[in-house]
Design a protein around this ligand. Sequence first.
Ligand code: ZN
Length: 248
Amino acid sequence: MYKSKLLDAAGFEKHGFTKRAGGVSEGPFESLNLAHDVGDDPEKVAQNLRLFKENVGVDMPLARVKQVHGVDAIDGGEIAQEDWTVPPSVEGDAIVTPKNSTVVAIQTADCAAVLLADPETGAVAAIHAGWRGAAKGVARNAVRKMSELGASPGSILAAVGPCICLMCYEVGDDVARLMPESCDPVKGKPGKFQLDLSFAVEVSLIGAGLTTPNIERLDACNSCFSGELFSYRRDGGTCGRGLGFIVS
Ligand SMILES: [Zn+2]
């Protein structure tokens, strides 16, 4: 599992970004697929989620959302399930929760899961950020919700999890045009651009009021690191999903 040094150092040790190994799924989902809605055998997904829960080692409910590349931040307490194998039903792309309440998790394969933690209040969040999320400001909504719980944006820590890298992420003019100037994609092949998603997410976090020293970007690409992570692009759209999670 990938970990953030920044979150560890601040006392949020129970967090991580799962890798591909260690589960029971087969074929394109081999092996630790933690998503229900990607075509994998539901029994195997449930077994993987039980293994994941053992690994996390906390007896708390789990909050997940049905991710739709939108900007809605959901209250974790409203959607948390004691049974971690229950598929999420509420749509959203960020989950926010106060201290000692739930585990929040976001599934990804190329997009970034972003974990936020506020050392003052103990509030945490998990965000799903692809290019749409970065451009539309899903981070801002999550940070606002954390502010309602007493957190000040300047003290919030962020870990941007593994995601598709600049070299692997080719986008069209339509996407490039929507990105803020500060993370303008670089020109690639004719009519194409290469987008640094991790950096675009950092820019969106700074736009939400976080400071650069409080943001850590993990250096891991879903597509390059073929043995370690699921990649939607590399695997032609059929693959498993890993989870970025944090315990409040
Ligand atoms: Zn790459």
